[in-house]
Design a protein around this ligand. Structure first.
Ligand code: ZN
Ligand code: ZN
Ligand code: ZN
Length: 265
């Protein structure tokens, strides 16, 4: 019997690069744009399935993003890597700890969890404290698939300059942020996607990030039904950039919601 499971919903909480768009101190056309799709918070998505909310990365904008998306509960956080634009909102999970009366599991590569321990040393301080700190439960991931609330997740490696970070494949979707290269072993794990989220920072080359042109080439190779670019800087205005893209490739924008099959095939 075919599974009649309800789909997995992806909500884009932030589609911007590390400094966000508008960018502080900038008055370029995109930073002054009145198109709401040009207002980009730091990069993150929320996955909702089986009545659970799973977050990918806790950005410095997490509180605003959670308010906007109406996130009433948080069940787990997956980390791609420990750059500031991906982790700095971790402290803002505390209200969910209070409401849920439980700690929240977080998942990351060993080096990502180490960096979180250094950046948020007060969370891991042993002993009595008079203030509240986030209550988390750390889970180490390597390249091995793991299951979370009945959904299979495959951490897929990406090269982000010299660092190896993780993207995630889940069912018929994948979310790949910061990268300068998608290794061959990862391309092999991305067949049959309904939806691919992929970083495309800007047009000019960057040592640790992907360009529009390079990401378009990856979309061609991976051949998902649809692709959305994310982690976008102020060089790319939403409307103008989309005019130049093939119809199945769009720019993500904050608030975008997409439903995908929980299982591929
Ligand atoms: Zn980033
Ligand atoms: Zn600007
Ligand atoms: Zn990064």
């Amino acid at each position: 019997m075919p599974e009649t499971s309800e789909p997995l919903r992806i909500t884009v909480l932030g589609s911007g690069t590390s400094v966000g768009v508008p960018t502080l101190g900038c008055d370029c056309e995109v930073c002054r744009s009145e198109d709401p799709r040009d207002k980009r918070m730091r990069p993150s998505v929320l996955l909702t399935y089986a009545g659970k909310n799973v977050l990918i990365d806790t950005t410095p904008d997490f509180r605003s993003q959670a308010l906007r998306a109406g996130i009433m509960a948080l069940d787990a956080v997956l980390y791609t890597h420990a750059h500031a634009d991906h982790i700095m909102g971790l402290d803002d999970i505390r209200p969910y700890n209070f409401r849920q009366r439980s700690s929240i599991p977080i998942f990351g590569a060993p080096e990502t969890l180490d960096a979180i321990r250094r950046s948020f040393s007060y969370i891991f301080h042993v002993g009595v404290t008079q203030t509240s700190v986030p209550r988390i439960e750390t889970h180490t991931i390597d390249g091995a698939p793991f299951e979370l609330f009945g959904q299979n997740f495959i951490p897929v490696p990406l090269m982000h300059g010299d660092s190896r970070i993780y993207g995630f494949r889940f069912g018929a979707a994948a979310y790949l942020t910061d990268h300068s290269e998608v290794p061959g072993e990862t391309l092999d794990q991305l067949h049959g996607l309904d939806v691919l989220f992929l970083e495309a920072l800007r047009r000019r080359p960057h040592p640790t990030h992907s360009t529009l042109e390079r990401s378009l080439r990856y979309v061609e190779r991976i051949a998902p039904s649809r692709a959305f670019f994310t982690h976008i800087c102020h060089d790319l205005g939403h409307a103008r950039t989309e005019e130049l893209l093939p119809p199945h490739v769009r720019l993500a924008y904050d608030g975008l919601e997409i439903s995908v099959r929980k299982r591929a095939g």
